[in-house]
Design a protein around this ligand. Sequence first.
Ligand code: C2E
Ligand code: MG
Ligand code: MG
Length: 690
Amino acid sequence: MRDSGGSRYDRMSRLVGSRGIAIATAGGAAAGIALAAAIIAGWGPAGASGWTLWMLGGAVGLLVAVFIATRVFVARVERPLAELLRAVERLSGGDWASRVETPGGRIAAALGGALERLRINLADHAATGRALDVMLDSMNDAVFLTSPDGLIKRVNLAGSQMLGWSQAELLGRELGYLVSEQDRPNFSIEQAANEMLELTMRSKSGQVIPVSLSGSVMAAEDPRFQGCIFVARNITERKRAERRIRYLARYDTLTKIPNRLQFQHSLQQAIARTLRAGHELALLYMDLDRFKEVNDTFGHAAGDRALEILSERMNRRLPQHTMLGRLAGDEFALFIENLPAETDNRPAIATLARELLDELGRPFQLGQHELYVTGSIGIALCPRDADNVVDLIRDADAAMYYSKQNGGNSHSFFTPEMSAVAVERLMLKSKLRRAVEREELVILYQPKVDLRDGRVAGAEALVRWRLPGHGDISPAQFIPLAEESNLIQEIGEWVLKRVCNDYRSWQDEVPRPGRISINLSLKQLRQAEFLTRYRSVFDDTGVAPSNFELEITETTLMTEAGRMVRLLDELHAMGVHLAIDDFGTGYSSLSALQQFPVHTLKIDQSFVRHAVVSPSDATLIRTIIEMGRNLSLEVVAEGIETQQQLDYLRGLDCHYGQGRLFGEPMNTVEFLQLLLAQARGDARYAPMFG
Ligand code: C2E
Ligand code: MG
Ligand code: MG
């Protein structure tokens, strides 16, 4: 449009030229004179004189000449000017893209040329400005340019998108207005412009957005460019990750309850509150009994599921505001605060402990198995027993250990003697190291009696630690310590050597001393050189391995069952017999046990103890004996203490028995006496067999 106008004007100006004005003026005058001559010649209006007519003709000619000259002037001067004017208006309106055409006429052309140079300059500047806009708008972080007092003068796209305000809505607002209510009182433009801050901003819809805000002051001579520039980064994701990390560090991922760190932290605070208020606080420390067996038998995934179920159950049982934490694998703890100091709170706490144990003891389903788990609880009171976290936990732990020693599934309140138990445990561990060198270990033999006739068919070797000034320490106490400190290998090998040597000395006196059982723990079976070492002991002492039976608990067997099968096959090939100890206390199915080359089942003494009074234990014993018979296994009943139990077992055709009824375990000399008497026909136990 503008182009065609320009060219029309161009064509005209080229057509007219400067000589045109003179020609037009001359033409106009000539036309006027011709008109006057015509009127004088008789065609003019009647009555007019010749001079007047000449005057009239001249005037008309002049008018025509002026008209033509004006037209020519317009075409020559005013149009190019108007065109230039329009170009100026376009430029001032921000249109720097359209070229300024060079108009005709020297001055106009020069002006047009100058305007075009100006346009190119302006276009260059504008391009730079736009590049800046593009840059700002493509940034992910929000950018705010403000005046020195914090009024927003410019904001990028990310800024308006983050806050939900349009760019126009944000202009002129104070930056502080965008800070959320909670952080606004502490917000100052000066501080924000000089240091990096983390604060929350508020969007148009009221959403609170965590941001990191860094600002700097724009120092310029020109006051229009003075102010501050702020970059705000949305750190919602980072904050979420931080919260997650904090959660993971403080909560147990499996059970979703506080872990040891968080529990101790909360306990510390609760103790401080308790001491301030003069109240009492109770800490209950709980360990599941034999939970390792659940893991070993069913796998860790099942063990985890069991822990989830149990912690949920306990949590449901607890009074409100009681914190339950998982302190380690199968260790839980909880505390109750705000207990009145002037009353004895122990009966109420004992009731709660009992309820928790009952809750634990209810059977639950794990896959196709129905399981139940028991626990041992230790209770310590603040400030009665201790007034700080470390001591209170130590005391509750000692009480828990005490409950466990007493058979588990029970609770105990801390007493000062119990901490002695814990201290002693540590002391024993350090002394155990020297026990073997100092020959403090002894072997006692518990006779294995044939239940058909009362003859001694062999014995079980039981180790004792005869610590000077301390009396005998039971293996139930120190074998776990030996396992913790890896001394078990040394002790195990010592036991086998000792028993082999004893056996050889008996063989010198009696033709057949019977079969001797030796207990093995999981750690012993796990050691790499177990087989070679045992074989070399048999070789060195010259005693046939077939005189021995190794006792392994069913839980041990089921741990790493594949490896155990290979190991036991080799032992079997050597001629050693294998017995499953404490049978009935694990979770294994008999079909699983059948893969092992086993000769003997030993019924756990806990079943034997209740056989006469508990119908369910009686059924269990009967089943094991029948099962053993069907699988051609020998069955040994452990822990026979009364004649009644003996008679009952004989009635079920149980093959062998052991227990206090036949006396306490005896030393090698005493056992030899027993064998010698029997060889002479003096069967010591015969009277019991009627
Ligand atoms: P276990 O193999 O089940 O041994 C039977 C335990 O029951 C022995 O306890 C024995 O003294 C006890 N006992 C026997 N008859 C009766 C009875 O009529 N009534 C009662 N209440 N208890 C009876 P001890 O000697 O304290 O051994 C405990 C456990 O220590 C053993 O249980 C065995 O697993 C382990 N153990 C013993 N000697 C060794 C050893 O040389 N090496 C390893 N690794 N473990 C051993
Ligand atoms: Mg045993
Ligand atoms: Mg046993």
